[in-house]
Design a protein around this ligand. Structure first.
Ligand code: PLP
Length: 440
């Protein structure tokens, strides 16, 4: 951390105290408040490349990248130029534009299963809309819809009411709300199963097969740290959905354009019926999307009876940002270089931990990584929860003090951008060697 001067009152603390007077908890999204790790959230004033700077003038190597979108690094000149050009032409029209066609065509060309897409403004909105569409598209001729959706413990698909749900007490019992303000009637149709458990999937379809509208999954989960699905788990899911007339929904809000150009579906060779996208496709602006097979998408208004709309959907400035970002990630070698850097980081962290004797391992998928204070890489939510959270918290603060900003929670994935060059990774690893020694 490079501080220009040490002020008497920490400007971050002063801002946090002020923020808490006008904003609940002082933040506009809970994890930013540092509740899980303790301490004072950093208030960011600017960012460039792999770095951002806080209100005290301290510079950090940023490993959250706005929780995924900033894959080309902060304030990339080509992205900024595209946005300036778009801004000059007006901010929002509420009428269609050619740029929306361009980004739709780009997404369809790059994500294997997509035949049509609809743009929205957040991952939450995209997942919520995809579920409504799945229910609407699987309704029988008499309009009698399938009601149930299947999700997995530890996967996050945004904060729509029916998705704020945790597993019931027994296998295959329906989920309970995981947030206040969500009536049980709304989550009663959401089945919550264990990630990577094929038998539970088989049992769920045996019990409820003709009432399941869809299964929604993060094929590489990034909201319980990083946990990979086994190929068998995804193949079983695909086969069961096809056999029972349910739709398979891949939530690639995090993995889309992050683990590979074609997302997790390209890596695993699985063909979902619907895909949910966000984060990278907006490059830091609010763009998300859901899309899939034409046969399914035709049920969406104005063609079909499933309603969905948005004042700022396909906003021209946001789309310009997304298109410029998507252009950059298609440059030859982009994902190879990103994966190589990310692997160098995770391998280096494992080596840095070894002398300290701290149980630690790591995993990387493209430009996304998981750090585990445990001996083995976890396979499901229960194993993630069994990790040593207090060790993570100590490591987080030791790294922060050395100018490295990791996700402020043991249960989040991390992100590397194309701007994280070898020097950035080397500086991170030097900080990690000190941090592990300090917490060992
Ligand atoms: N789905 C996944 C896999 C996510 O990781 C997230 C956010 O982190 C969402 C959905 C929700 O996206 P948003 O925060 O844009 O609403």
């Amino acid at each position: 951390m490079q501080s220009e001067a040490t002020p008497l009152i920490d400007p971050n603390l002063a801002l946090f105290e002020r923020a808490q007077r006008s904003i609940p908890g002082g933040v506009n999204s809970p994890v930013r408040a540092f509740r899980s790790v303790g301490g004072t959230p950093r208030f960011i004033v600017r960012a460039a490349g792999p770095h951002f700077w806080d209100a005290a003038g301290a510079r950090y190597i940023d490993y959250i990248g706005s929780w995924g979108p900033m894959i080309v690094g902060h304030a990339h000149p080509e992205v900024v130029a595209a946005m300036h050009a778009a801004i000059e032409r007006g901010l929002s029209y509420g009428a269609p534009t050619e740029a929306e066609i361009e980004i739709a065509e780009e997404l369809i060309r790059l994500v294997p299963s997509l035949e049509q897409v609809r743009l929205v403004s957040s991952g939450t909105e995209a997942a919520m809309s995809a579920l409504r569409l799945a229910r609407g598209a699987t309704a029988g001729a008499g309009g009698q819809g399938r009601r149930k959706i299947v999700k997995f413990e530890g996967c996050y698909h945004g904060h729509a009411d029916s998705l704020l749900v945790k597993a019931g007490s027994g296998l295959l019992t329906l989920g309970h709300p995981s947030s206040a303000g969500v009536p049980a009637e709304i989550t009663q149709h959401t089945l919550v199963l264990d990630y990577n458990d094929c038998q539970q999937l088989e049992d769920a379809f045996k019990a409820h097969g003709d009432d399941i509208a869809c299964v929604i999954v993060e094929a590489i989960a990034g909201n319980m740290n990083l946990v990979r699905a086994t190929p068998e788990f995804l193949r079983t899911m695909r086969a069961l959905c096809s056999r029972h007339g349910a739709l398979l929904v891949f939530d690639e809000v995090m993995t889309g354009f992050r683990v590979a150009l074609g997302g997790a579906q390209a890596l695993y060779g699985i063909d979902p019926d619907l895909t949910v996208l966000g984060k990278v496709i907006g490059g830091g602006m609010p763009v998300a999307a859901f899309g899939g097979k034409r046969e399914v998408m035709k049920h969406l208004a104005p063609l079909g009876g499933v309603y969905q709309a948005g004042t700022l959907s396909g906003n021209p400035v946001a789309v310009a940002c997304g298109l410029a970002t998507l252009k950059l990630v298609q440059r030859p070698g982009f994902y190879e270089a990103l994966a190589t850097r990310t692997f160098k980081l995770t391998q280096g962290l494992v080596a840095a931990a070894r002398p300290s004797g701290v149980p630690f391992c790591a995993d990387a998928a493209g430009g996304m990584f998981g750090l585990y204070f445990a001996r083995l890489v976890p396979q499901n939510y229960a194993q993630v929860m069994a990790m040593d959270k207090s060790r993570f918290n100590a490591f987080f603060h030791a790294m922060l003090a050395r100018g490295v900003y990791l996700a402020p929670s043991a249960y989040e994935a991390g992100f590397v951008s194309a701007a994280h060059d070898d020097d950035t990774i080397d500086r991170t690893l030097a900080a990690a060697r000190e941090a592990f020694a300090a917490i060992g």
